[in-house]
Design a binder for this molecule. Structure first.
Ligand SMILES: [Zn+2]
Ligand SMILES: [Zn+2]
Length: 181
């Protein structure tokens, strides 16, 4: 098995977690997780300790953007956004379920307690949510730029008004061009 990034480097077996077997490239730090090994690990997990404490470690990630072939079955892999504040994509084989992690991508996932939910990332629902998250962030950025120092004040007012039971009337009042003094 060869690394899809370095091409020549041979992958060696590693155990990033108890009972979790992956293949790792010693040269670039990329990791390969087969679907079978993922499910073996999930099956070994103690269901009572679902959530570990989230550490405030920032991992440096250089997301590789080249198209990769599945290390197990040779099919072309598809990129999936992770979201939830993680700004990288994972390569997933839709045929056999294998996943490629660039260096630290697994660790960053674990840091957010998303590693057990790995399979959900490759679903339509997850991807739609990430897209809407991104849209919200983009809109926020746009309005911050547009409103400048007034942004916080306007955002505060909006979140208050959004919950107001007379929201429609408040909006009508605000957009009424007549003076009310
Ligand atoms: Zn490599
Ligand atoms: Zn595959």
């Amino acid at each position: 098995m060869k690394c899809p990034l370095c091409n020549t480097s041979v992958m060696v077996s590693c155990r990033p977690e108890e009972n979790l077997k992956m293949m790792e490239c010693k040269s670039c730090g990329g990791q390969w997780l087969s679907s079978q090994n993922f499910w073996k690990w999930v099956g070994s997990l103690d269901k009572s300790v679902q959530n570990e404490e989230i550490k405030a470690v920032e991992y440096e990630i250089r997301d590789s953007d080249n198209a990769k072939m599945c290390l197990d079955c040779g099919k072309i892999m598809i990129k999936y956004r992770v979201g939830h504040g993680l700004n990288y994509k994972l390569d997933h084989c839709n045929s056999c379920g294998g996943v490629w992690f660039d260096k630290n991508e697994w660790n960053a996932l674990k840091n957010k307690n998303l590693h057990r939910e790995l399979r959900s990332i490759f679903t339509r629902g997850w991807q739609a949510k990430v897209q809407s998250e991104e849209k919200t962030l983009l809109l926020e950025k746009h309005y911050k730029k547009r409103f400048g120092t007034d942004y916080e004040r306007i955002a505060d007012f909006k979140s208050w008004m959004d919950k107001h039971e007379l929201k429609a009337s408040v909006l009508a009042y605000l957009s009424d061009p007549r003076p009310f003094e």
